[in-house]
Design a protein around this ligand. Structure first.
Ligand code: HEC
Ligand code: HEC
Ligand code: HEC
Ligand code: HEC
Length: 383
């Protein structure tokens, strides 16, 4: 009897089952898009069911109403409006109602406010939100090379949740302290940020917080000593590329012609947009997220105590243009499409529940506004 037949059949069944039930295998029907010049093999295969689910999950909400730009300025009318002072009170109130819908629809205004005294900065989320307004303005004004006129609002990242669905923090590297088997160096551990591969674990930290060089490609067939990139650096670049592809629901061909990954002339224009996106993500993380570390409570930080940070997936949420390119910014140009006050308070002095105004001019202010709240705690903390 030919023994190999049952073995081959068993192996076939096993491999077949692994393909069908394993990760990232799409059941038909699928659609195939040609995304490059014909003959270059640049295709993108999309699973119809996944696409339908993404369509449902990434819908921009309608504006609540149209605000009247005339009338009193919020900065004069209210007591402690530092960034959005140029809006009319009607625009300001629409903005408050909108961010409640975008960030904390369940918790309401109280998520950021002491409802007895809306002017107070004692709730940490309000201090964070004010900085987030400045961050969103910077993205929309300074990074049009990436976000174009579509721009972003709080909803792009938050989508109705106080903590956006796709954030990252420094990964605990198992064995970092040294074990009998040596230090893994953050390699060979399956990780989600690199598309469930076991590529180096901290690619986002290297490229979306720090600015380690991403280019690793040799330009000659044989080594000539010019390319100093190591295998680990190459794998780390690959980890970032996996992250970028997954975040956009795209593949390598969306930004490269795989016959020459390095060559910009053969790359689709999306690659240039992505280049700017990498720099934008760095600025967001370095200038805005990291600086807020003293304001966030511990339960809003990663296992290593750093703040949660932004990646490509935070805005893109699995689609090539966030919210399929629908511009919510158009209705909020005055608030989020213009850079207003860019001053930064000294966050290291912030005491949640106590500090009642947090402003660059008066960073350690503990004077109660109108004497309305927290008089005792404010005075006590002055000692
Ligand atoms: C996600 C956080 C957040 C939510 C939710 C929120 N606000 Fe605010 N609110 C802020 C921030 C930040 C400021 C200060 C803006 C600035 O400095 O330009 C502010 C300021 C205000 C002020 C000005 C108070 C003063 O006298 O200085 C009013 C009024 C206000 N909010 C009302 C509301 C109302 C009503 C709601 C619910 C519909 C609400 N806010 C929900 C963050 C929030
Ligand atoms: C580029 C993506 C992005 C945009 C745009 C954005 N945020 Fe955030 N936001 C984050 C991330 C990341 C965090 C960190 C989550 C954490 O550590 O709690 C965060 C945290 C917050 C928090 C603290 C939530 C909590 O429970 O601790 C508030 C409040 C907030 N954002 C408000 C806003 C507002 C208001 C806007 C629009 C003006 C906005 N955000 C725009 C990414 C974004
Ligand atoms: C969203 C666009 C995008 C996607 C998707 C993408 N890349 Fe990249 N890739 C870039 C950009 C931009 C750079 C250059 C980064 C820089 O110089 O800062 C780059 C650089 C590279 C490099 C280094 C090139 C050099 O000059 O050394 C390699 C290799 C690479 N990508 C491979 C891949 C692979 C493999 C995939 C799929 C897993 C992929 N990329 C997916 C945009 C993309
Ligand atoms: C602050 C939110 C935000 C972040 C973070 C972000 N993007 Fe984008 N990205 C956008 C917006 C908005 C657009 C749509 C611009 C437009 O309408 O042309 C876009 C467009 C793109 C496009 C062009 C898509 C096309 O088909 O034209 C690419 C490629 C891209 N992003 C890659 C990236 C990569 C890679 C990262 C991470 C390094 C990233 N983005 C991070 C908001 C963001």
């Amino acid at each position: 009897m030919k023994l190999w037949i049952p073995f081959a059949a068993a192996a076939g069944v096993f491999v077949g089952a692994a393909i069908i039930f394993g990760a990232d295998w799409d059941l038909p029907p699928v659609d195939t898009d040609q995304i490059g010049y014909r003959g270059t093999g640049m295709y993108h295969t999309l699973d119809r069911e996944d696409q339908a689910a993404l369509r449902l999950a990434n819908v921009a909400p309608e504006p609540l109403y149209e605000a009247d730009p005339e009338g009193d300025r919020a900065g004069e009318f209210y007591e402690n409006v530092q960034v959005l002072g140029d809006l009319s009170t009607d625009e300001f109130n629409l903005f408050m109602a909108s961010i409640t819908e975008w960030v904390s629809p369940v918790q309401g205004c109280a998520y950021c406010h002491n409802e007895e005294n809306l002017a107070s900065d004692e709730v940490y989320t309000k201090v964070v939100a004010r900085r987030m307004i400045q961050m969103t303005q910077t993205v929309n004004v300074d990074w049009q090379a990436h976000v174009a006129e579509t721009g972003v609002t709080c909803y792009t990242c938050h989508q109705g949740q106080p903590v956006p669905a796709n954030v990252w923090s420094r990964n605990l590297v198992p064995g970092e302290k040294g074990t009998a088997l040596g230090w893994s160096g953050g390699q060979n551990i399956v990780n989600e940020t690199a598309g469930n591969t076991s590529l180096p674990i901290n690619a986002l930290e290297s490229y979306l917080l720090e600015d380690k060089p991403i280019r690793v490609h040799s330009l000659t067939a044989l080594p000539n000593g010019e390319n100093t990139a190591t295998t680990k650096e190459t794998e780390e670049t690959w980890g970032l590329m996996m992250h970028m592809s997954e975040s956009l629901g795209a593949n390598c061909m969306t930004c490269h012609n795989s016959r020459a990954f390095n060559d910009w002339d053969q790359s689709p224009p999306q690659r240039v947009t992505a280049w700017h996106g990498i720099r934008m993500a760095r600025e967001i993380n370095q200038t805005y997220m990291t600086g807020l570390a003293p304001v966030f409570p511990d339960n809003r930080k990663g296992p290593e105590g750093d703040v949660l940070k932004v990646s490509c997936a935070t805005c893109h949420n699995g689609v090539q243009k966030p919210l399929y390119g629908v511009s919510m910014l158009r209705e909020f140009v005055d608030s989020l499409g213009t850079k207003t006050n860019t001053d930064v308070p000294d966050y290291t002095t912030y005491k949640p529940g106590e500090t009642t105004t947090m402003s660059p001019a008066n960073t350690t202010s503990i004077e109660p506004l109108n004497g309305a709240i927290g008089e005792d705690t404010a005075l006590a903390s002055a000692d």
